[in-house]
Every structure is written in structure tokens, then in C-alpha cells.
Design a protein around this ligand. Structure first.
Ligand SMILES: Cc1cc2nc3c(=O)[nH]c(=O)nc-3n(C[C@H](O)[C@H](O)[C@H](O)COP(=O)(O)OP(=O)(O)OC[C@H]3O[C@@H](n4cnc5c(N)ncnc54)[C@H](O)[C@@H]3O)c2cc1C
Ligand code: FES
Length: 367
């Protein structure tokens, strides 16, 4: 039976942060190496989230569990489904697997939605969206949300693409810009191929270009997402221009951590090479459910300690954003440098993000 037969906007339940089974209902080829995957739940769910937030997919590839985070590119204004938009990363395990394998009808668990980089927690009536490549996904969700809800938000949307054939959502963005006055679109192409027409901005975003595009950029709340060098260049440009960086928000998709096996091997090799530290300087990390424990050098994370023991704590972003590696700490203290991947309530209950938590002494973990 089609899911549509169940839809009832009055009784439908809403999405809450957690693990949910969803079904792929549509695959859209956006550009030659970017696809959008749309998902619904079998029991209808209204997928409410803060535009800009992301989910973490739980997959099994070649018999190995693997998790990766992807921003929700759709808007909660179209809540019966949600979408993620994925670019193939050359040599990348999960992005290519999803492009090659994930099809309509397939089911998979997702975790989320989570994320501090969102349009709701930083409200503003004048925004500047800066994106590079597939970093367009969170700002597209924000723009779609404000467009669909007729919000009184003045949006300047600046997207940098490698070449015209790489512009994601091009027709939809042009459609939005043509229909409302408060959405101004500017696309910058690094280069263009033989026979490809391009009359827009060329090269990289720079200060003269930004001043031309958004002369009032100093007054705008800025949301930026893209490759690491792109975001570093944007930050440098804004700081030099005297922009109030309190109003600058960015999301890093980040390097994906190496697979756990490689990590175990590397860490074992590192451990073998490392100079012996006096026992008193090592911290004991005990994993109580599995009954294993190890002494680690100062600065090593709880996750790295687990990996050395061959214990696979799920991990996706590796930088305290996604919450995938959350575990309960039953005793001891850690220094946790997260990026919004855990709530204050969870911290109060004793949870930590193992990828970015460094023991301050002996600790015990429920794993
Ligand atoms: C919060 C968040 C949101 C995100 N949102 C999006 C999104 O909306 N869209 C999107 O497309 N991505 C998004 N990402 C990135 C995504 O999670 C993945 O990192 C990305 O798809 C690459 O994963 P992969 O498994 O294909 O690549 P991986 O297999 O993890 O490889 C990543 C890179 O490492 C290289 N590599 C892999 N193995 C080796 C090796 N053994 N030696 C040397 N190099 C190696 C690969 O060639 C590749 O360049 C997001 C990430 C985060 C944290
Ligand atoms: S793996 Fe994402 S928070 Fe640790």
C-alpha cells in the first residue's frame, strides 16, 4: 500500500532526535556527481527539524557497520519526507556506495536530527549564505524554509561551484530568485569547460566580489559551509573587513575518520613506536560491559582507547558534531571539546562523546 494512503496531518506523529527506520522513496540526479535521496517513514512521521541540521546514516557495507552524517537538504515546510544530497567523493567509501546502491524502496536506520548550525537558533532578518560545492545543503534547507514560510528575511545566497555543470539546485535557486524580492542569488564558477557558457562571476569569492554582491554584508548574519580552504578564506576575508565574527556561523563536513580497522592498525603501530611513559602518567580507561581496559597516554581520546582494544564504538564525524560516538561515563573525569554534538542534559546524566573526550585521570565507560 502506498504511504500516501496513511497520511493524516492531524494525527501524524512528529520526528524526535533518536534512531528511526526510514525508506528511500525517490532518488534525484542533481548534477553529474551529486544525487538527492528522499526518505519517508512507513508509519507517517512529520519530519520537523531546524533547517541546517543533519542526520547520521547507519549502514552496513561489505559486512562492516559504518556511519556517516549528511545534512538534511529539504525544508521542514515539506514535512512528510526529508532529503539528503550527496556528492561522490573520489575514493570515498560511503558516498559512492550510496550512489551505486541506494534505491527506491530500500530501508535504513538514521540517527538525528541534530546540529547547532541552523536557522532557528540564530534568527536574523538579514542573512548572507555562503556555500561551496556540496556545502550548499544546509543553506539550501534554510533558504527553502524561509521561502516556503514567506518569512520576512532578506536573503543573499552566494554559491561557489567548480564549473557550471557542478551547480547544485541551479533551476530551483533561479526559480526562487525570480519569484520573491527578498532572495538574491549569485553563483560563482571557478572555471568553465569548453563549450560551456557562463556569464556570471568567475574565480574565487573575494572582497570586491562580496562588496558588489552584498554591499551591506557587515550587517548580515552569515552562514557558511564548504570545503575547508573555502571556509578558511571566507573567515580571513571577513575578519580583515572588520566583520563581527560572533554573527558568523559555519559547518565543516570535515575529514571522515579512517575506518576502524585502519585506525586499530595505525594506533597499534603508534603505540609500538611511542616512547614508554612512566606508569603514573598514563590514564586507565576501563570499558565495563566488555570487561576490557587499557592505559593510554595523556591526550588520547576515549574512542582511540577503545579502538586500541579492538572495540568498535560507532563514529561518524570524529569531531564532536554528530553525537554518534556517545557513551556513558560511569566514573572519572574527561576533557570534552565537542562542537554541539551533545546536549547539556546528556552531559548532566554522564554521557560523553568518545571521539573528542580525553581522560583527565582514570575513567570507566559503559561499553
Ligand atoms: C555534519 C556533517 C554534514 C555533512 N553533510 C554532507 C552533505 O550534505 N552532503 C555530502 O555529500 N557530504 C556531507 N558530509 C560529508 C559526509 O559525511 C562524508 O564525509 C562524505 O560523504 C565522504 O564519505 P565517504 O565515505 O564517501 O568517504 P571516505 O571513505 O570517508 O573518504 C573521505 C576521503 O578520504 C579519502 N580516503 C579514504 N580512504 C583513504 C585511505 N585509506 N587513504 C587515503 N585517503 C583515503 C578518500 O579518497 C576521500 O577523499 C557531511 C559531514 C558532516 C560531519
Ligand atoms: S563521531 Fe561525531 S560526535 Fe563523535
Amino acid at each position: 500500500m502506498s504511504t500516501n494512503a496513511f497520511l493524516n496531518p492531524v494525527t501524524t506523529q512528529t520526528w524526535t532526535n533518536g534512531r528511526h527506520l526510514v525508506r528511500c522513496v525517490k532518488v534525484i540526479q542533481e548534477t553529474w556527481d551529486v544525487r538527492t535521496f528522499c526518505f519517508m517513514a512507513d508509519q507517517p512521521v512529520l519530519f520537523f527539524f531546524k533547517p541546517g541540521q543533519f542526520v547520521t546514516l547507519e549502514l552496513e557495507i561489505d559486512g562492516q557497520p559504518v556511519m556517516r552524517s549528511y545534512t538534511i537538504s529539504s525544508s521542514p515546510s515539506v514535512p512528510y519526507s526529508f532529503s539528503i544530497t550527496i556528492k561522490r567523493v573520489p575514493g570515498g567509501k560511503v558516498s559512492n556506495w550510496l550512489h551505486d546502491n541506494l534505491k527506491e524502496g530500500d530501508e535504513l536506520p538514521v540517527h538525528g536530527p541534530v546540529g547547532l548550525f541552523n536557522a532557528i537558533d540564530f534568527p536574523s532578518d538579514k542573512v548572507l549564505y555562503l556555500s561551496g560545492g556540496v556545502g550548499i545543503t544546509p543553506v539550501m534547507s534554510m533558504a527553502r524554509w524561509f521561502y516556503d514560510t514567506n518569512a520576512n528575511v532578506d536573503m543573499v545566497f552566494v554559491h561557489s561551484a567548480r564549473s557550471p555543470k557542478d551547480i547544485i539546485y541551479q533551476r530551483e535557486l533561479e526559480h526562487m530568485a525570480a519569484r520573491i524580492n527578498n532572495f538574491s542569488l549569485h553563483v560563482i564558477c571557478e572555471k568553465h569547460g569548453l563549450g560551456e557558457a557562463w556569464a556570471g562571476y568567475r574565480g574565487y569569492l573575494n572582497k570586491p566580489m562580496l562588496e558588489l554582491i552584498a554591499p551591506d554584508f557587515l550587517e548580515r548574519e552569515i552562514f557558511c559551509c564548504g570545503p575547508t580552504p573555502y571556509m578558511a578564506a571566507v573567515r580571513k576575508l571577513l575578519e580583515a573587513a572588520g566583520y563581527d565574527m560572533q554573527r558568523y556561523h559555519e559547518e565543516a563536513f570535515g575529514p571522515t575518520p579512517p575506518e576502524i580497522r585502519a585506525e586499530v592498525k595505525e594506533l597499534a603501530a603508534e603505540a609500538a613506536d611511542a616512547p614508554e611513559l612512566p606508569l603514573a602518567e598514563l590514564n586507565q580507561v576501563e570499558f565495563i560491559s566488555t570487561g576490557k581496559s587499557i592505559r593510554v597516554a595523556p591526550g588520547e581520546t576515549v574512542h582511540a582507547a577503545a579502538a586500541k582494544l579492538g572495540l568498535h564504538i560507532p563514529k561518524a564525524c570524529g569531531m564532536g558534531i554528530c553525537g554518534t560516538c556517545k557513551v556513558m561515563k560511569t566514573s572519572g573525569e574527561v576533557e570534552m571539546e565537542h562542537n554541539g554534538g551533545i546536549t547539556d542534559e546528556d552531559v548532566a546524566e554522564g554521557y560523553i562523546l568518545s571521539c573528542c573526550s580525553v581522560p583527565k585521570g582514570d575513567v570507566a565507560i559503559d561499553f
